[in-house]
Design a protein around this ligand. Structure first.
Ligand SMILES: NC(=O)c1ccc[n+]([C@@H]2O[C@H](COP(=O)([O-])OP(=O)(O)OC[C@H]3O[C@@H](n4cnc5c(N)ncnc54)[C@H](OP(=O)(O)O)[C@@H]3O)[C@@H](O)[C@H]2O)c1
Length: 309
């Protein structure tokens, strides 16, 4: 496994993070296998959100499973996210909701503190002064160690930074070989011939690098928003051929190569994987040992359907 020290944030965190969004479907015993397998493969960082599963079921299942793993709370980093309220059909970054959500997560996860708390998706009505008050209260109470955001544009981060005194250490965004706008746009800059030149994220990746904000790539094996995986998917023949060739050369799985493609980027991004299959977790973690060359990286990028201008 590769480990990073997040600037102004948690230290020695694994480059691959185990996402827990799909955990509600598992029994407690199966969830324990997922957590323990991930840990044994070097993963020490687990990603949650208040909205994963009905009434926070992912967090509840995780807490139910954790004692079965033989691990201690201090062995791992736990991250949760707040602000998405599916039951109300709104996004909510009010102080009241941030505080209540953090307390709900702590209770469900059966822990005293979150290592990181992220604002999940922008509340269009957010008041940065209220967010700042909520973060101060959570920090003062020792309930949250570090703060960050998810799916946020640079200008919204700047606006928050004007009020929030804690460093925003993470921006969790969607990135995979098939969902790579974050990387694409600067390549096609000012090109009228393709809508790849349209900036949809305000150059979030470079902004985060400039401001020492660690990017976490969510759904690293998916196409579309939640289209399914492109691994072994006949709709992506070129990409699977390129992944297959490198997988054979490196003696790892295609999924490991797809994750290695993210880890090869010099931004030191964390990849948040979502599989609930222990064998897939083991396959993927081999990615940390794979050294893709500059040429390999571009070959995969082009095989995913992009072209060089
Ligand atoms: N911030 C946000 O807005 C946001 C949004 C979505 C997700 N997330 C986070 O990102 C995490 C990962 O998302 P994700 O689950 O969509 O990620 P993913 O790792 O891209 O996809 C995992 C899915 O692909 C399937 N899959 C099929 N073949 C596979 C193979 N060979 N290897 C591995 N997986 C394979 C898995 O099924 P099996 O279980 O059968 O392997 C699982 O259903 C979530 O758990 C959550 O923590 C964040």
């Amino acid at each position: 496994m590769k480990y990073y020290n997040i600037a102004n944030g948690p230290q020695h965190v694994s480059a691959i993070v185990q996402g827990c969004m799909r955990m509600p479907a598992l029994s407690g015993a199966d969830a324990a296998k997922v957590i323990r397998t991930a840990f044994d493969c070097g993963i020490n960082f687990f990603d949650h959100a208040t909205c994963y599963g009905e009434n926070g079921a992912a967090e509840t299942r995780f807490a139910e499973a954790f004692p079965l793993t033989g691990l201690q709370r201090s062995d791992i980093f736990i991250q949760s996210k707040c602000g998405i309220c599916p039951e109300r059909q709104e996004f909510d970054w009010t102080k009241e909701n941030i505080l209540a959500s953090a307390d709900d997560s702590l209770r469900r996860l059966n822990t005293d503190y979150l290592d990181t708390l992220l604002l999940h998706r922008p509340d269009l009505l957010f008041d940065p002064a209220e967010v700042a008050e909520a973060f101060d209260a959570l920090e003062k109470a020792g309930k949250v160690r570090f703060f960050g955001v998810s799916n946020l544009m640079p200008m919204q981060i700047e606006l928050l930074k004007k009020y929030v005194k804690q460093p925003l250490v993470i921006n969790q965004v969607q990135l995979s070989l098939e969902q790579s706008q974050l990387i694409d746009q600067p390549l096609y800059m000012n090109n009228k011939a393709t809508d790849m030149s349209v900036s949809r994220d305000g150059c979030a990746l470079d902004f985060c690098r400039l401001h020492d904000i660690t990017v976490q790539a969510w759904s690293p094996l998916q196409f579309g928003m939640f289209g399914g995986t492109f691994i072994d998917n006949p709709d992506f023949p070129e990409l699977n051929k390129a992944l297959g060739e490198l997988a054979e050369r490196e003696n790892v799985s295609k999924s490991a190569i797809a994750i290695a493609w993210i880890l090869r980027h010099p931004a030191n991004m964390q990849a948040i994987i979502g599989t609930m299959n222990p064998a897939h977790i083991k396959d993927i973690c081999a990615a940390a040992e794979v050294q893709l060359s500059h040429h390999d990286w571009y070959a995969l990028y082009l095989a995913s359907g992009k072209f060089l201008p």
